[in-house]
Design a binder for this molecule. Sequence first.
Ligand SMILES: Cc1cc2nc3c(=O)[nH]c(=O)nc-3n(C[C@H](O)[C@H](O)[C@H](O)COP(=O)(O)OP(=O)(O)OC[C@H]3O[C@@H](n4cnc5c(N)ncnc54)[C@H](O)[C@@H]3O)c2cc1C
Length: 509
Amino acid sequence: MRSPVEDVVDSSVSLAGLGLSRRDLLARGSALVGGLGLLPWLGGCATLPVEPPTPTAELPWEELRRSLSGPLLRPGDRAYLARALPWNRRYARTRPAGIAVCQKAEDVQASLRWARKYEVPLVVRSGGHSYAGYSTTEGLMLDVSSMNGVSFDPATGRATVGGGARNANVYASLRPLQRAVTHGRCLGVGVAGLVLGGGIGFNMRLHGLTCDGLVATEMVLASGERVICDRDRNADLFWASRGAGGGNYGIHTSFTFETFSVPEITVFSLQWTTALEDVFGTLLALLPRTPNRLGAKVSVNITPDGALSVNLLGQLVGPPSELRSLLEPAYAVAKPTTEQVSVKPYWDGQTFLSEEGCPEYSHESSRFGYKDLPSAAVATIFSYLRRWPGTSIGADWKSFLVGGTVNDKGRDETAYVHRGAIHLTSIEVEWNAEDAPDRVAENLAWQAEFHEAMGAYTSNEAFQNFIDPVQKDYLRAYYAENLEQLVEIKRRHDPGNVFRYPQSIPVRL
Ligand SMILES: Cc1cc2nc3c(=O)[nH]c(=O)nc-3n(C[C@H](O)[C@H](O)[C@H](O)COP(=O)(O)OP(=O)(O)OC[C@H]3O[C@@H](n4cnc5c(N)ncnc54)[C@H](O)[C@@H]3O)c2cc1C
């Protein structure tokens, strides 16, 4: 019997897991059957089965098992399911034929060698939080999450983080040192996914993106070679790793970051339930003009009972009195309904701000904003949210305050191109397994229309870390004018397109 989590699943998952488009499959189906010997359902691929059988064929799994220092998990193994499931449960039905639990770079190399030898599609997973389930596959998953050590060099102030570390590992290691990097709020997000797509966090306006603090990374290339990338060595890959690296160029086995010391901060969580449009418009206008010491996310949320609220969450390197004076125009419109403001040592402040990030069903679509959002944008946001079709969980429109130090770099200095933006906006819908597929479809259609409507006020650039399976012209949206250079680097280092998924950087445009 299928579990409830398996019932509401995007029908594209079986293709997504292979890193192939439908057209690819139709064109290459029979060749793949011959080459892989593990996907018999592709033969004569006129129609695609909705639920392909888990591929279990006669691959020499023992050969792979013997070459690993960690376990190789197959469907049915006790530890298999926990590692197979992605954070976004929409994609939970795509299950790997095997999971190589890599404990060191040599395991990564051995897994890659084996997958290439037997032409098995592969993906790498660290935190498993890809919004689009792009670290799932029906081939071989290289699970690097056990490579999660963090070491600190007091002489340089640099921290080296394993390729599979999560935010939680970084928190735990840097907390006693009273140091930090720019990081997200969700404990389970992988540092690899975070930094390779840029990495936003409440420190970014003061210290830059996560990728701006990256000074070196070690990776295993498609050839199996293990290389260090920094400003002097493999500089092209180092450039690509700062904003376009996730799953595109190789498997990263470590990252070295500059760290910074952390002061006491004021953390805050404010909610308004009255004068919503006015408060929200006021916040949107004032936030980009605040000092870089402020990090914030402002959102309009709607709950299943139809209740709307405006929420402001963040941190200030400064006292509560300064926060109060920065937000005075919003207070003048309406007093928050709930207000939590406290001064804390930095890492205690992160405990206040962080979230577990439990697995869920969700879809997110983003747009970068380079200009202030006019009152017409505020009206559009409320108009759509008031027409939300509804799920059991909720929906929101949110804006992360970017800019500051993030915009000190030029658009082509790193692969992360969205320098100059002041807002990273996004529409999120969440649901659960009990919500009927029709209702989910209605929500996704509403979200797509809402996303389209916001194009009048924001750019067409989207955040590669909020990777969106239905994003139009996704390569341009994520990489804009840096795309051609990224494709050239791809061709240079992965000409056979070993590292691929539905929205990966191609070898040619
Ligand atoms: C709850 C939640 C909170 C989030 N908060 C933030 C935030 O605060 N800031 C922010 O910038 N983003 C945030 N994100 C987005 C997040 O950064 C991306 O989803 C990121 O890709 C997740 O990385 P991961 O390692 O957890 O995911 P995975 O699913 O493991 O990987 C994501 C992609 O990177 C590839 N990849 C993973 N590991 C490696 C590796 N070692 N080498 C090469 N490629 C690899 C995968 O194959 C996949 O394509 C959040 C996402 C969620 C779900």
